[in-house]
Every structure is written in C-alpha cells, then in structure tokens.
Design a protein around this ligand. Structure first.
Ligand code: CUA
Length: 332
C-alpha cells in the first residue's frame, strides 16, 4: 500500500475510534441528548454506507460487463428499473428526514422541571459556573471550568457570554450550544452514567479558543450531595504560619481585584472564583493539571502558558510564592 493511502486509512481509523470511545467521544454517549444524537448518526451511517456500496456495486458491474444490444422490451425494463431506483431514493431521503426531525423534536422536548439550574458564563477563555437557588440563596455555588451534576437528574443549563460568541460542547453528554452576548440560551441535559468527560469551546473565539476547555463530572446523587455541601462552605481560616502568610500575600497583591475567595475580603469577579481551587483537578480552563508546580508557573507568568489571557504576570519573591501555594493548596 502506498504511504499516503496508509496515512489516510490510519487517520480515518483513529478519528473513528476517537469518536466511538473515550471521555470526549460523541459516539460513546453518557447522556440523554448524546444518546439521541448518536442513534441518529448511526442511522445515517448505515443507510448511507449501504447506498454507497450498492452504487459502487452497480458501477463495477457496468464497468466490467460487455456492451450488449438493447433487446426487445429492454427499454421498458430499463424504465421500470430507473423509476424504481428513483422511488427508493426518495423513500430513503424521507426516512433520513423523518428520523432527523424526530431526533430534533426529542432534543427540544425538555424533561420534567429540573431541580438544578446551572448558569454557565463564557468569557475569553474560561467558563464561570454558578449553581443558582432563588429560594435559598445561601445554597448557591460558584466554581469555574467544571460542571458537576448528579447522574439521572435533568439539569437546566443557562448559557451566557460576557464578550464574544462561544459554544459549549461536552460530546458525551449533549450537542453544541452557543453562548451569545446579550442573551441567555437555556436547555436541559441529563447525564446517564457517572464519569469525567471533557468539554470544549466549539466556536472560534480568539487566540486561546483551543485552551478553552472544561471538565464535566457526573456523580452519583450521594457523591453530588457531598460535593454540593463542601462547595457551599467558605474558605477555612489559615491553619499554619505559611498559610497565614500566603493569604496575606494574596490579599496584598492584585489578586483580589479579579478573584473571589469567600471567607476573605477578596471579591473580584473578572477571574475564576478560587474558594475551592484545590478541589479542582485542572486549572487554566482544563489546560494544565492543578499541581503545585503548574500553579506556581501559572501565577508567576500565565502569559507563557496561555498567551493573551487576562491574568497579568506576578513578580513575587520565592518565599511569598511558596506561602501563597501553601494557602491556595488549603482551599479544598
Ligand atoms: Cu470560547 Cu472558543
């Protein structure tokens, strides 16, 4: 086999297997919407594959069969064959159309009133996530770049943007939805099995569009209840001299202008809420792991990691960085 063809087949195979399984795979559904979309995709795949193979078969037969005179009554038979094929084509297109409309309607038909409402606000280049509760505002939770939901329960997502158009896509859970400045776009999702899934901004929104990612975490109802309870707490007071010093460094630098840490005077809203920073697995919109080393690099010069993001470099002394990391690490 020639090299380009081998690469082509290898690339095709890799794409198909990536789509069929994994934590960012539309054909490995873990939610109601994704299941509907995957079923529709397979209907289209098998029908169009069958049509393609049938057409190729006829092309091959036509190419290799010897030319013959059209016999008596042959014209009529040809007419019937062409007419039949045309009818079959129309019928197939009709099946595809009906299955597409049915899926579209099913996606639009929301489940019973969701108990949970999550507001997702996009900005260059991260996601602000708020769990709203109008009746009991003390229950509200703010986090960033991770959507945590209980398995089996319908959840309403309300999508907004602070700057340009973004698009939320967690392939294993739902189809793409745009976040448009000046309007709220809402839909209901349901995760059907527990797990961590990768989400991605799916609308080009500037230099760091590719690093505008998020984690979607589906927990069992019991796990979700305990996650919810821990996220509602304020940051604990510093327990060691290093943590105490770290908090002072944080509050004394420009950090509070952009970040909130509930339980401290820091109330900024331009950047992610850091009250439970240490409970998150990733930072920088799911771009780098939330380890001490990566976090240090991010604080000192995030521009080297994600050029153009809105966090300025911070020239801090070595001991101050260590103290700051100790305190941020305590924000579980
Ligand atoms: Cu936000 Cu692309």
């Amino acid at each position: 086999m020639k090299a380009p063809r081998r690469w082509f087949l290898a690339a095709g195979g890799a794409l198909l297997s990536a789509a069929c399984s994994g934590d960012q795979a539309p054909l490995d559904p873990a939610g109601r919407d994704a299941s509907l979309i995957a079923s529709l995709w397979w209907i289209f795949f098998w029908i169009t594959a069958a049509v393609y193979l049938t057409v190729m078969l006829f092309v091959a037969v036509a190419a290799f069969r010897r030319r013959r005179e059209v016999r008596e009554g042959g014209e009529r038979r040809l007419g019937i064959a062409v007419g039949g094929a045309t009818l079959l084509t129309v019928a197939i297109l009709f099946v595809l159309l009906v299955s597409s409309i049915t899926t579209g309607r099913a996606l639009g038909a929301l489940d019973h009133a969701p108990r949970l409402r999550i507001e997702v606000t996009a900005q260059q280049w991260w996601w602000n996530i708020e769990y709203k509760d109008e009746e009991e505002p003390w229950k509200e939770i703010t986090t960033a770049n991770e959507i945590v939901v209980p398995v089996g329960q319908p959840v309403e997502l309300v999508l907004r943007s602070r700057d340009v158009i973004h698009s939320l896509w967690v392939p294993n859970i739902h189809g793409k939805r745009d976040l448009i400045p000046g309007r709220a776009n809402s839909f209901v999702i349901r995760a059907d099995r527990a797990g961590r899934f990768d989400g991605q901004c799916a609308e080009f929104c500037g230099a760091q569009h590719a690093r505008m990612r998020l984690e979607f975490i589906a927990l069992t109802p019991a796990e979700f209840a305990s996650w919810e309870a821990s996220q509602r707490l304020e940051a604990p007071p510093p327990r060691t001299p290093a943590e105490q010093r770290g908090q002072e460094v944080f509050l004394g630098a420009s950090c509070p202008l952009c970040h909130t840490v509930r339980g401290t005077p820091a109330r900024g809203t331009n950047g992610p809420d850091l009250t439970h920073l240490a409970s998150r697995r990733m930072i920088a919109a799911n771009s780098i792991p939330n380890t001490r080393g990566h976090l240090a690099g991010w604080i000192l010069d995030s521009q080297a990691i994600k050029p153009g993001n809105h966090m300025p470099p911070n020239a801090l002394a070595g001991e101050d960085v260590q103290a700051l990391l100790a305190w941020l690490g305590s924000l579980k």
